[in-house]
Design a protein around this ligand. Sequence first.
Ligand code: HEM
Length: 458
Amino acid sequence: MSPGISDENRKRLGRINRNFFLHIHANKVHPHSLKSGYTFGLGVILGFLFLVMILTGVILMMNYTPSIERAYNSVKDIVFVVPGGRYIRNIHRWAAHGMVLVSFLHLIRVFFTGGYLAERRLNWIIGVCILVVVLFMNFSGYLLPWDQLAFWAVTIGSNIAASFRELTDILGITQVLDIGGFVKKLLIGDDTVGQAALSRFFMLHVIFLPLTLMVLTAVHFWRIRKDGGVSRPTEQTVQAAGDDRVREKFYSWPVVMWAELAILLLTVAALLVMAFLFDAPLRERANPDFAENPAKSPWYFLGIQELVSYSAFAGGVIIPVLFLVFLISIPYMDREDGNIGTWFSGTTGRRLTWQSFGFSLLTTLLFVFIHIRYGWFRSWFPDIPQVIIMLVNPATLSALFYTIWAIWIKRRTGSSRLSAIGLFTCTMTGFIIYTAIGIWFRGPNWEFYWSSSQWPVF
Ligand code: HEM
């Protein structure tokens, strides 16, 4: 026995070091990393959801046929003939939606605790890439059942991909340089959703995107180790807050394993309950001649679909690209590394988060209200050039107001962290509002309705 390390602790070290899977953990963790109110276990939940998706996905693949003649019936077979097939499909579906939702929650947690600061900048950017892959993995799976819901959701998605056309139309160059058409064709392999789209989406869904996600997740986990584990406040911050307790790191085995096992069991239990109570939708077989009205994209793209209804180029290209650029640039906008590991960077940040939430709620709803109640420039001045509507609409005005708000915070406080908190809160609030409108308040012809019970009967 080497001095300073007991037999018991040596055993703990061995458990982690000799096991290929457990080696993902450091030998010792800081007690702060296990605080449930810090990470909420969201990253671990994501990891487990991904594993569940792979496992159930492989089982589904045994019975699924990616051809437009057979896909629908093969899914029907899975639901009605294959023993347990319905539940496997339900679990796969709810785990997929869960991954999108939990990815956003994890991103929000990491942002508000300053988990992207200092050496964790790179891991934040890897995280943003993961988010994009998770969205596309979900979207590519959406088409596979080949029912009306799938077909029209992906048709809408592919039209959003062609949003560049609004700009090229305004410039009068679509005939020679149809960027929107190119992007759409790249996505679905044809002018309309058909066999080419199904083959592409299948390959993306079962091979390319899961492999990409595996690699990105592996790098993500490796970075967490290299960055010294989960973020936590610096010693100076803790002492400045009047806390002099010395917190020793402790051996990962067995405490971390118990914590992870508990999260795994809760995640699986939640999925089983969901799968038992709610069936994954399966409508009639896809019919390209009978359009769904309203045709809605998957829920996580409905915010973008709402923005596209104001202006295709602004909503489908400018705003999503700006949003991604903003997410990636957050760690470079905010360089106040001392704020790492503290929720909202303290009381001022917490207050500012609420203020930013209120500001975004008011401005966003105001623009949406004007648009719905009074129409927009096109209804007031029918001959107005489209370029003005493209540049000035609820989506671009919201983005402009959020930016002004963030600049104002920077001027007032001199803090780039608080300014980033302001912009992030406004953007996320706006994103949620536009998504909620798309999900609950849009009916046939993308008209506003308080409830789907008011939808006209055709
Ligand atoms: C498949 C998806 C993902 C998985 C499996 C995953 C997993 C994890 C895990 C296990 C942690 C350790 C702490 C925790 O549990 O919260 C973590 C931390 C982190 N994640 Fe993720 N993550 C994913 C997606 C994302 C996304 C979308 C972002 C945001 C852009 C992100 C950014 C980060 C960063 C910067 C850290 C370090 C934060 C800190 O130390 O406080 N991750 N992730």
